[in-house]
Design a protein around this ligand. Structure first.
Ligand code: IMP
Ligand code: MG
Length: 177
């Protein structure tokens, strides 16, 4: 039996919501030195769309976060790369993420960035699952709160697949039902 994909959030809804978040970011960061720190790889499509809607000046940097192994369960070990050379000392940093699941990745990312003493630090995620509430994260902007299902598309993968889907889809693996 093949894996099944069920549309959860359409491209049209994602784009409308992303534009609305960008308008809020414009308002909240006007007059401040804004730095977007984009977490590879899953956030690239969301981040690109978001960037195109922000009208105030900002810089971008990329870091990568990976929890070991490929599967639908995060292992809890988060490996970060790309932190060397980040110049965020006097900047208001907004971390751009694809999805907050357990919140472990964001917790690790924020701790690493906080150590570099930015002027401000907040999170912007396209999606949030219920489990992320367990960590007290400075989540400034969330696109959509979703059920605790595994999703793919709009940059997000399952074992590096499905990132190109134009929408967020629930992935039902063959054998799961
Ligand atoms: P957390 O550390 O549990 O919050 O997981 C965050 C990371 O795990 C995200 O940045 C994603 O890369 C990945 N992830 C968590 N849930 C999903 C999902 O439903 N689909 C695809 N990737 C996910
Ligand atoms: Mg991933």
């Amino acid at each position: 039996m093949a894996d099944r994909l069920e549309l959860l959030i359409s491209e049209r809804r994602i784009r409308a919501r992303t534009a609305a978040l960008a308008r809020r970011i414009d308002d909240d960061y006007r007059g401040r030195r804004l730095s977007l720190v984009i977490v590879l790889k899953g956030a690239v499509m969301f981040a690109a769309d978001l960037m195109g809607h922000i009208t105030i000046p900002f810089t971008i940097d990329f870091i990568a976060a990976a929890s070991y192994g490929e599967g639908i369960r995060a292992s809890g070990n988060v490996a970060l790369s790309g932190l060397d050379g980040l110049a965020i000392g006097d900047r208001h940093v907004l971390v751009v993420e694809d999805i907050l699941d357990t919140g472990r990745t964001s917790t690790a990312v924020l701790a690493a960035l906080r150590a570099r003493a930015p002027a401000g630090l907040a999170l912007c995620a396209l999606l949030r699952k219920p489990g992320a509430a367990a960590f007290d994260l400075p989540v400034g902007y969330v696109g959509f709160d979703i059920p605790p299902d595994f999703v793919v598309g709009w940059g997000m993968d399952y074992a590096e697949r499905y990132r190109n889907l134009r929408g967020v889809y629930r992935l039902i693996l063959a054998g799961d039902r």
